[in-house]
Design a protein around this ligand. Sequence first.
Ligand SMILES: C[S@@+](CC[C@H](N)C(=O)[O-])C[C@H]1O[C@@H](n2cnc3c(N)ncnc32)[C@H](O)[C@@H]1O
Length: 253
Amino acid sequence: MDRPGETTHFGFRDVPLGDKQTLVNDVFHSVASRYDLMNDLMSGGLHRGWKDIMINALNPPRGDRPFALLDVAGGTGDISFRAAKAAGPAFHAIVCDINSGMLEVGRERAAKRHLDTQVDFVEGNAEALAFADRSFDAYTIAFGIRNVPEIDKALREAYRVLKPGSRFLCLEFSTVEMPGLDRLYDLFSFKVIPPLGRMVTGDAESYQYLVESIRKFPKPAAFADMIREAGFSRVSWQTLSGGIVALHSGWRL
Ligand SMILES: C[S@@+](CC[C@H](N)C(=O)[O-])C[C@H]1O[C@@H](n2cnc3c(N)ncnc32)[C@H](O)[C@@H]1O
């Protein structure tokens, strides 16, 4: 950590910048084994549709052309599995995540799906990727960047490891500004999700962090500026489900 004295947010709390990653890691260690079930329950299955929209945008080649995806904060592998299903036989993905518990669940899921040759799981930090410059055809990060303490560093790393002409895609919770839906969404977020988290994972606090961290994440235009700042071109975004989620895209030219 090279920013001594700086603070950041962990949900609604201010914490020393150097403490955030450990707190985030505790969250995902705690929920790893029931993470996928909770996603379905919390979103009523909507996260599947959002992920499919990301895979459509990724549009991995269906033929024999090799395609290397880096799926950062890829957790239990959902994005990479979906991409592998949509792609041809020369597709390969690396799921890179800082949390060994999430990766372990991901490896088991890959084996069950017979995707363990096409999808590898590697422990690593989005802020300091252990991959060579210009080595991937695409970079995805889904519901991950919000958890990274220094988002600007992660975006610069994304740019560094992408080949020129390749794409960055980020799916993340965003801001609901639709009148009516915003109040309903807040009510559901704060009154339903943490108790549901307690019932399913025995951990309400991790899901309290989830709903708070969503509120602290930049709005789509501000996040697009951060992506441009990291060097990406043709940055665009689309909001989904009334702004619950946004999909950002950028190109390394
Ligand atoms: C909400 S999960 C998303 C998992 C998966 N992408 C999905 O869509 O289901 C967030 C993931 O970000 C990971 N994460 C948090 N900080 C990270 C970091 N600095 N580097 C890499 N992964 C990180 C967590 O370990 C966790 O697995």
